[in-house]
Design a protein around this ligand. Structure first.
Ligand code: BDR
Ligand code: CA
Length: 311
């Protein structure tokens, strides 16, 4: 299955990239596109390139995208991801290569128009690039298999009502959710069930391969940030859920529901309004992830990390 990873790495975005490129992944990564989100897009791009270096992913183009949301000013999440966006692990000072000389929106359009089979888009940051691509070239819709995204939820982590990725660019999210393309949504309701803990970190360290060691460093920082900021007993590896699902579609359960994006509310800007009881009578537009098989999730996660020691 061909995928484009549209991201803002970001600790959990980095874990998602690492899972997608692992030895057990059936995914062919067409490109990694970056967007302003956790930190400024330039930093997110550098992080994506450096993560590629750590895992030896040198053949996949990294492409920089939108520098800010469609309407609002940018907001960043330095308190969770640190000043670089990927604080914690030792990273190369400079990446071994640069992003390709194209805008991510044009890259996404070009790859979709040229595609000989539908491509799945996997956004794990604000939806700015995806919305811009849909607006610039609506013909791409027919070649999008599905949009498998991390964002939203029936509660928030940036405001009481809104999750970070959707809040940062709710106007973009509205375009995506109203596009008619099937959306599969991993929101906080499910991602908060997937907590990496100090046991996860220890198990990764014991695997003894450089990539599992790197992920263990990433998660150490991330767990501490969630402890400090939200008093959580672990770090929800939000973005990783999208890739674990694409590797094994039997792990998560979904409800097919209508999701509307709030772009006006005084207290609810950026909320994903999930109609779980069908009270609006609107046609479902989203597969909304609700639960997961924890044992299977962690077993796939572990296998993916072990595969880096077998290369
Ligand atoms: C989302 O926000 C970012 O901080 C994470 O990378 C994730 O995509 C969680 O709300
Ligand atoms: Ca992210």
């Amino acid at each position: 299955m061909k995928v484009i990873l549209d991201c803002d790495p970001g600790h959990d975005d980095a874990v998602a990239i690492i899972l997608a490129a692992s030895g057990i992944s059936p995914l062919e990564i067409v490109g990694i596109t970056t967007v302003a989100g956790n930190v400024q897009v330039e930093k997110n791009t550098l992080n994506a390139l450096k993560v590629c270096d750590v895992i030896g992913l040198d053949h996949v183009p990294v492409v920089q995208g939108a520098t800010r949301p469609l309407v609002k000013e940018a907001e960043i999440a330095e308190e969770i991801h640190g000043e670089t966006g990927l604080d914690g692990p030792q990273l190369p000072n400079e990446p071994s290569r640069q992003a390709i000389d194209q805008h991510a929106v044009d890259f996404i359009i070009e790859k979709l128009l040229q595609a000989d089979e539908p491509i799945t888009l996997v956004p794990t940051g604000p939806l700015t690039n995806i919305a811009l691509a849909l607006v610039k070239e609506p013909k791409i819709k027919q070649n999008i298999q599905e949009i498998v995204l991390m964002g939203g939820g029936t509660f928030g982590n940036w405001t009481p009502a809104a999750e970070f990725n959707i809040y940062v660019d709710a106007e973009a999210a509205k375009i995506v959710f109203e596009s008619g393309i099937p959306v599969r949504m991993f929101g906080l309701d499910v991602t908060h069930q997937v907590l990496a803990t100090t046991e996860t970190v220890d198990a990764l360290r014991k695997m003894g391969n450089p990539v599992s060691g790197f992920v263990s460093d990433l998660l150490t920082f991330f767990i501490q940030a969630y402890q400090d900021h939200f008093d959580f007993p672990g770090g929800p590896i939000h973005d990783a859920c999208t890739i674990i699902h694409l590797i094994d579609p039997d792990i998560f359960t979904f409800e097919h529901v209508h999701v509307a994006i709030e772009t006006n509310g005084e207290h609810t800007y950026g909320m994903t309004v999930v109609d779980r009881l069908g009270v609006t009578g609107q046609e479902p537009n989203t597969y909304f992830a609700t639960t997961l098989d924890h044992e299977k999730f962690w077993s796939v996660f572990k296998e993916a990390m072990v595969s880096y020691g077998e290369r």
